[in-house]
Design a protein around this ligand. Structure first.
Ligand SMILES: O=C(O)c1ccccc1N[C@@H]1O[C@H](COP(=O)(O)O)[C@@H](O)[C@H]1O
Length: 215
């Protein structure tokens, strides 16, 4: 039976990896627009990657507390299908971005404790999707893409009225367990399919997608 799990491969920088991810069965690819990230892209690089994406593969623009000027520049130059807001954007800012661009918005929320899980509800009525990631320590350079998992038990048997994606430290080895434990129908990975920060490994991309789709 075909899997109903959807996979997002984030932080791609090579058009060949975009094609590979699509061929292997990914539903989304993520492009990072955050200068502190080793996966950061220029607008021209991202535009080329978006062109390489086959029809049906959703192209997600990951930004962190971006202002309108940055979002306008991305929206004008790169054919994206969804925003991923991975900073401390408020529910009001999520609504504003949704309205301004008419694109679906996925709000990332960092989780370390039960209170963090409860705080996800603030976004459940406004975002189109939720992305539940490990919480980065205060003052960390990167709010995500750190290859660190959180305690998945915190989201077992949780319900939100919109689709959600599990992220944070997923790898080809642990993604099946994460899906089976949490019931996540969507998973996102960046570091777990890299041989070094920002360097994607095609074999790991394929292995991750296969493991998620057969979980
Ligand atoms: O990937 C990045 O560089 C990044 C930078 C800033 C915010 C988020 C980022 N990535 C997202 O973080 C999670 C977890 O990634 P990982 O698999 O643990 O490396 C994932 O949603 C990425 O999209």
């Amino acid at each position: 039976m075909p899997s109903d799990v959807k996979v997002k491969i984030c932080g791609l920088r090579d058009p060949a990896h975009v094609e590979l991810a699509a061929r292997a069965g990914a539903a989304y690819v993520g492009f990072v627009f955050f200068p502190k990230s080793p996966r950061n892209l220029s607008l021209d690089e991202a535009r080329e990657l978006a062109w390489a994406a086959p029809v049906g593969l959703a192209k997600v623009a990951l930004v962190v507390n971006a202002d309108d000027a940055q979002l306008d520049a991305i929206n004008d130059r790169v054919a994206i299908d969804m925003w991923q807001l991975h900073g401390s954007e408020s529910p009001e800012r999520v609504a504003e971005i949704k309205k301004r661009y008419g694109l679906p918005v996925m709000k990332a929320v960092g989780v370390a404790t039960r209170d963090d899980v409860a705080a996800i509800d603030l976004y459940a009525g406004v975002a189109d999707q939720l992305l539940i990631d490990a919480k980065a320590p205060k003052g960390a350079d990167l709010p995500g893409g750190r290859g660190l998992p959180f305690d998945w038990e915190l989201v077992v048997r949780k319900y939100w009225p919109c689709p959600w994606m599990l992220a944070g430290g997923l790898t080809p080895e642990n993604v099946g367990r994460a899906i089976n434990l949490t019931g996540a129908r969507q998973v996102d990975v960046s570091s777990g399919v890299e041989s070094a920060p920002g360097v994607k490994d095609p074999a790991l991309i394929e292995a991750f997608i296969k493991a998620a789709l057969t979980a």
